[in-house]
Write a protein that binds this ligand. Structure first.
Ligand code: SAH
Length: 574
């Protein structure tokens, strides 16, 4: 809950706007400001105070407990010009809240957390449990001092300006970011990040106590030198999905309980199959098979719980380090203008450590990348190599973005990349505004009815195929947007395609030519099938040809939807 506190009329007005926009997230605290702040501080995860920062500092100072416990606090000034993240920037989520409040009120978010201001990923915002000297290592990153990344377990982290570990010859006293699931204590000047890399398979007899399961799991991890903070899930067989002891154990470990069918588990090869589970639930292994079901390396083979009274064990467990899943984001950058790049695309670009793309597209977004992002750019042509590189980097466990203009799935990198990719990586698609859509918006509403895009590049597609598709579009009376319409060495295809369309459409059919849509040197022309001069068309252009219903209306290209507005007035009123 977000507590809202204000003192003046202007503050109350801004407060009411937040309360109205977020009815379920906010609670208004009325009454004397001091009491209101104290009550909200105790009851809410976050506060937005429409008060001077000084007043809020004095009021909350005696209440502060520590980063982990204190709520995030944002202050908004009387004029509603600034949303200041005052307290709990990361842990309390105040930096994000300041941005959200800023968007809502039209205020400038003010964030002073050093890593955020410098565009670095905060070590405590990576979504992984973190231990050790976060402040010291963050300062070293900010000051540009050498920081060594020691990743025993590869994990798709965002970019960090670090040196890879070089055969133990790290600079004396250099800070270290260690990524490991081992039960190590962070050393001085070291931060330990805990990737969720461990899967614990568990088997249980009916009625098992949660304590017995927890004792078994914790003992197994301890003896193997593994950290419980890296456990991602408990896994078992479907038949045990309702077993209270397992459910409680998973809750206490703070992880989900995942289940598999006996049939799936029976298909997993394990080192220690046995008779008992086969008779009971229909698979020769539960703990080992459930742990290994997603692949990975068996670190702790099946072991049984020990009970003080010597009674038969009621639980078994096995621990597996699951294979790293890198992350490949296929990101469309839009047609060129920065404000046509989606917020999701921007967030994805700031989430990766490796960027793969054509050099001219990399230039388009270079300023958005976090310091330390590894950029693998290449020139025109090398599509397959780019796709292969991106997939290989993701397979190695990195967070990768493969970028393309417009939508990266339209005449672009998504298909060659996904044709290469097996199911051992996570793939995330971020759609973009395509050239056809951007051009359509410039021209008017040419795509108001059924339409098709056709690329005239016969580099990868034989001309006969292209021609067959143009003919089909002509016969079906589809609006057509031609991509890759004409280049210096490829100049006869566009006139030929237009001639095919002209066989089915009037010479006066509207044709829109848009060059560099949304870019600084955007230009557009509305002409006709008969009037189009192919020399005005190049590879920075799309050409949109109307169907038989498309009209030029007030200088705009409009394709009717094909329906009539219904007149709902009574007969006599028409
Ligand atoms: N993935 C892109 C298309 C890549 S194919 C998309 O979704 O838009 C390259 C062709 O797209 C160019 O030859 C040109 O025809 C067209 N194109 C790309 N961006 C453009 C823009 N800003 N203005 C006009 N045409 C553009």
């Amino acid at each position: 809950m977000i507590g809202l506190i204000s003192a003046t009329a202007a503050g109350a007005a801004a407060r009411n706007r937040l309360a109205a926009a977020w009815p379920d997230r906010t609670r208004v605290y009325e009454g004397p400001v001091g009491d209101a702040v104290r009550a909200a501080f105790a009851e809410c995860e976050q506060l937005v105070c429409f008060l001077a920062t000084g007043a809020v500092v004095r009021l909350v100072a005696p209440l502060l407990e520590g980063k982990a416990a204190d709520p995030g606090v944002v202050c908004v000034d009387e004029g509603g010009r600034f949303a200041v993240s005052l307290l709990g920037g990361h842990g309390g989520g105040a930096n994000e809240l300041a941005a959200e409040v800023g968007r809502l009120l039209g205020a400038e978010p003010v964030v002073t957390t050093a890593t955020d201001s410098a565009g670095l990923a905060g070590l405590d915002t990576l979504g992984l449990p973190v231990e050790g000297d976060v402040a010291g290592v963050s300062r070293a990153l900010l000051d540009g001092e050498p920081v060594v990344l020691d990743a025993e377990v590869a994990w798709p982290l965002p970019a960090l300006p670090v040196l890879p570990r070089a055969g133990g010859e790290e600079a004396q006293g250099a800070c270290v970011i260690r990524v490991t699931d081992r039960a190590v204590e962070p050393r001085a000047h070291e931060v330990v990040l805990r990737p969720p890399s461990l899967v614990v398979g568990v088997g249980a007899s009916r009625g098992v106590a949660a304590e017995e399961v927890l004792g078994l799991v914790e003992g197994a991890l301890r003896e193997a030198g593994l950290s419980a903070r890296s456990v991602d899930r408990l896994a078992t067989v479907d038949a045990k999905s309702g077993e209270p002891g397992l459910i409680t154990a998973a809750e206490r470990l703070g992880v989900p309980l995942v289940t598999y069918s006996a049939q799936e588990l029976a298909g997993v090869t394990v080192p220690n199959p046995s008779r008992a589970p086969l008779d009971a639930v229909g698979t020769p292994s539960v703990a080992e098979a459930a742990a290994l079901a997603g692949g990975g390396e068996l670190l702790v083979p099946k072991r049984k719980s020990e009970r003080a009274d010597g009674a038969p064990a009621m639980a078994t467990c096995a621990v597996v380090r699951r294979p790293v899943r890198g992350r490949l984001a296929v990101v469309g950058l839009g047609p060129g203008a920065r404000d046509l790049l989606t917020p999701r695309a921007e967030a994805e670009l700031r989430r990766v450590s490796v960027l793969v793309g054509l050099d001219q597209y990399v230039d388009q977004i270079r300023d958005l990348l976090r310091p330390g992002t590894r950029i693998l750019e290449s020139g025109l042509g090398a599509e397959e190599e780019r796709a292969r590189t991106a997939v290989a980097e993701a397979r190695a466990g990195h967070a990768v973005a493969l970028i393309g203009s417009g939508d990266a799935g339209v005449y672009a990198m998504a298909s060659p990349a996904l044709a290469e990719a097996s199911d051992d990586i996570d793939v995330v698609g971020v759609p973009g505004v395509t050239a056809a859509l951007a051009a359509g918006a410039v021209l008017g509403a040419p795509l108001g009815h059924d339409h098709v895009s056709i690329s005239l590049s016969d580099l990868h597609t034989p001309w006969e195929v292209i021609e067959r598709r143009v003919r089909a579009a002509a016969e079906a009376d589809l609006v057509v947007t031609f991509y890759n319409p004409r280049s210096r060495g490829r100049d006869w295809q566009l006139p030929k395609a237009l001639a095919i369309l002209a066989g089915h459409r009037e010479p006066g059919t509207p044709v829109g030519v848009v060059r560099n849509a949304s870019r600084r040197d955007e230009s557009s022309r509305l002409t006709t099938l008969a009037g189009l001069d192919p020399a005005t068309v190049d590879m920075m252009t799309v050409v949109t040809v109307g169907n038989t219903a498309t009209r030029e209306i007030a200088g705009r290209m409009v394709t009717p939807r094909g329906y009539r507005w219904q007149d709902t007035r009574p007969e006599e009123a028409r």
